[in-house]
Design a protein around this ligand. Sequence first.
Ligand code: NAP
Length: 300
Amino acid sequence: MGLDGYTRTCGLIGNPVEHTLSPVIHNYLAANQGENLVYVPFRVAQGRLEDAVKGAYALNLLGCNVTVPYKSQVIPYLADIDPLAARIGAVNTLVRQEGGFKGYNTDMPGLYRALVRDGVNIKGEQVIILGAGGVARAVAMLMAEKGADRIVILNRTIEHARRIAEEVNAYWKGAGRGGQLAEACALEDWTSLEGSYLTFQATNVGMFPAVTEAVLEDPGFYRKVHTGYDLIFNPSCTRFMGLVREAGGKAYGGLGMLLYQGVIAYELWTGRKVTDALADEVYKEMKARLSGENRAKEEV
Ligand code: NAP
């Protein structure tokens, strides 16, 4: 569809934004559904976030995504906030409403939709989360909400893992085994864990171009993993995923989460539903774009 006077604009607020895949998601969906909408990345300099949000509203933008480093910083500039986003303390989607933008978090429901799509069960599971940053915290909250039986947060800096475990336990008092749903563990103490786990890889280790790295290398760890979910989406198959598969487990990457956080944002902006078949088409497009970009960077 050509751009004209009726074209609605959505965008991405972040810094940097140059390597984002979000335009692939939204422009593909809009073109496929005949929606007169265009999606553009906007690099916002430090200190200019308030101007950017007010400017986007004044320019009649339909909505925006928000990415690093602004997901929490954007909250004071919103007219309203969805309760889930308030609880997570991070907003990645702004939806236009009377008087300002309303903030949502579609990362967590996006991950959940990807997990459901991949047939991954959460209820009653023992879960390991590797890492204790923003994404690990959201995963821990999601696991608690969806009925995991035990959540072990393994991190290089144990204080960060403790902080998340305390937050989860304070919110879900009395849940899980012995009334203590989440616990913190130092990364090197994985040997003390018994049983078989659904495991999320939520550290930065293994991201392109460091594709030969994994946060844990010992095959003994991977024998405890029946399903491994790497939140990293570039590369689409990480070393962590390879190690899970070598040990006989199932492995998935973070591209599905990225796709579905975008799909949910698009549905909020347009009021349309995206079918799984259409989401699969977008997924293929994202994967092709990623491998093309990685090849180009390697050739430089
Ligand atoms: P973050 O807040 O910066 O947290 C990073 C975590 O990784 C921290 O726990 C940190 O440990 C750990 N870490 C970093 N380098 C390490 C190393 N060399 N050895 C051991 N641990 C290390 O990051 P985030 O925002 O949570 O993002 C985490 C991952 O999720 C990233 O890989 C990102 O690409 C991915 N992600 C995916 C999506 C998606 O849609 N699929 C969306 C957002 C993010 P310390 O606590 O010890 O510093």
